[in-house]
Write a protein that binds this ligand. Sequence first.
Ligand SMILES: N[C@@H](CCC(=O)N[C@@H](CS)C(=O)NCC(=O)O)C(=O)O
Length: 247
Amino acid sequence: MSNSLKIYGVPMSQACRSLIWLLLNKKIKFELILTMPGSKQENGTRHPSYLEKFPNATIPALEDSDTGFLLSESHAIMCYLCNKHEWYDFYPKEIEARAKVDDFLHYHHRKVKEASLAYFAPKVRTDLNLPENLIEISRKSFNDSLNALETNWLNKNKFITGDNVTLADLAAYVEIGQLRDCYTNLYDFKELPNIQRWIEDMTNVDGHDDAHLVLKELGDISVSPPAMEDIAKANITGFKKILELSS
Ligand SMILES: N[C@@H](CCC(=O)N[C@@H](CS)C(=O)NCC(=O)O)C(=O)O
């Protein structure tokens, strides 16, 4: 049976993982439609039929097949779903608390998100041929954000904006957590005790293990980039688990 909530993406994508984690946490039914970033094939983000719906050409994207509503950008999608379903634990109703979550979500894009360009993509998206100077700039931005988290946000609070997990934590964790030694092993967090504590706390947030199965399957890629078939295999394993839980 098909669900009216369709999510386009792959489990390997950071932005997809945060959204999938939210949906698994809330135990909501959805249909994950495997969509390959950068591909012009029929199941790709550059195929004309995808671009017609989602001109940004990115995953994740949402389609509500009952209403025809279309939306891209992981943060916009997560905020929309929280508003729609009144998930005020992840996206507080109180306007100042909500504004703090928004603050971090906007900050995220050129900072924490750079973890992917700095560390993950050079190993997993070799098709992008990222120039070395771009990787260096991304590393600096990401390290600045870790410093802000360590000395401020997570020094003052248990989670990023307060005592409870919010969308800010999901968005940040999918970037930071992917680098852990139990996954890709691409970053050493030993000098960052607040971030380490937060990583442990985030591991206990319901849905974490299932949303991250793809990375467990991929394993340590610190020594050499994974083969395309290993990336595909990990995505399929993660996808099957999500399918089982979401249908
Ligand atoms: N700001 C976007 C970023 C999403 C993003 O970067 N998605 C990547 C995959 S992880 C993508 O779709 N890339 C398209 C491409 O490589 O052409 C969001 O949060 O949704």
